[in-house]
Design a protein around this ligand. Sequence first.
Ligand SMILES: *[C@@H]1O[C@H](CO)[C@@H](O)[C@H](O)[C@H]1NC(C)=O
Ligand SMILES: [Zn+2]
Length: 301
Amino acid sequence: MKEAISIKLLYISLAVLCIVSSETKIRSMAMKLFDAHCHLQDQRVVDKAPLLIHIANAAGVVHIAVDGITEKDWHLVKEMSDEFDSVIPNFGLHPWYVEGKSRSWFNTLKELFEANPSAAVGEIGLDKSPLAKGVDFGEQVEVFKKQLQLAKDLKRPASVHCLDAFPELLQIMKEIGPFPAGVILHSFQGSPEVVPQLTKLGSYFSFSGHLMPLKEDKARKIVKAVPLDRLLLETDAPDALPTNPIFFVPGNATLNQPANVHSVLTYVASLLELSKEELADISYKNALGVFSFQGSKIPLK
Ligand SMILES: *[C@@H]1O[C@H](CO)[C@@H](O)[C@H](O)[C@H]1NC(C)=O
Ligand SMILES: [Zn+2]
C-alpha cells in the first residue's frame, strides 16, 4: 500500500516535470484538445494509465475516448471511466478478435450499454489487410453489422476501424444507415474518393500518427478531402507513436499516449495550412458534438 502511494507520488511529480519542462510547450497547451480514440486499457500501458491521463489533462487534452476491443478488456474501460471524468468509455468487439468471442458476447455488450449510458460503441470494424490475415471476413461482417445496428438503435456514435474494406463498409453503412449520431472512421487512411459518400451517411474522420508514415502528398489529399466540420484528432495510443512525439511513456519510448494528440494536431494543421489554434478549436468542437449523445458525460448542447 505504501509502495502504491509512493509510486503515485512519483508519477505525479513526473507529470509535473513533463509539463514544466518547456515554456513553449506550456503556451501551446492553452488549447483544448480531444483524443477521439485510444486504448489506455491495453496491457502495455494499463498500469500507467492514471499517470498518462494526468499528463494529458495537464496538457489540455480535456477528453479521452478509450476504446475496448474484446470482452476481456471491457471491464477495464468501464473502471477507467468510473475513476476518471475525462475518460469517455467505448465498448466494442474489434475485427481482429471476432474469433475469440464467447457465445454470450452480444448480450454482455448490450447489458454493458444499458448499465453505462455514457458509453459509445467501439472499436468495431472490417479489415481485409494483412494485419487481419487469417480472420474470417464473413464473421467480421456479421459481428460488425450487429454492433453497427446496435449503435444506430442506441443513438450513440460508433468508432470504426476500416482497412482495405471500404466497398464493403459503404455497402453495410448504406443498408443500416444513415447515422445521425455519427460514425467515426478512426485513424482514417481511406481514399479521398470515399469521403463524400461516407460523409453523407453521417461519418466523421479521425486522424492519428498512422497518417505520418504515408507520403506527405498522399496524406494531404486525404486530409483535404474531409469536410472541416467532420474532422477529428486521436492518438490510437499506445500504438501510432507520431514521428514528432512530445511525450514518451516512462520505461518505453516506443509507446504512444493521449498527450501526443498535440503532435497529430501539428501535423494535420500543417497539411491543411491552418494554425494549430484554429484546428484545435475546430476538431475539439466536432468531437464535443459527436460525443454529446443522450447520457454522455459531455452535456448535450
Ligand atoms: C516497448 O514496447 C514494445 C511494444 O509493445 C515492445 O515490443 C518492447 O519490447 C518494449 N520495450 C521495452 C524496453 O519494454
Ligand atoms: Zn484503435
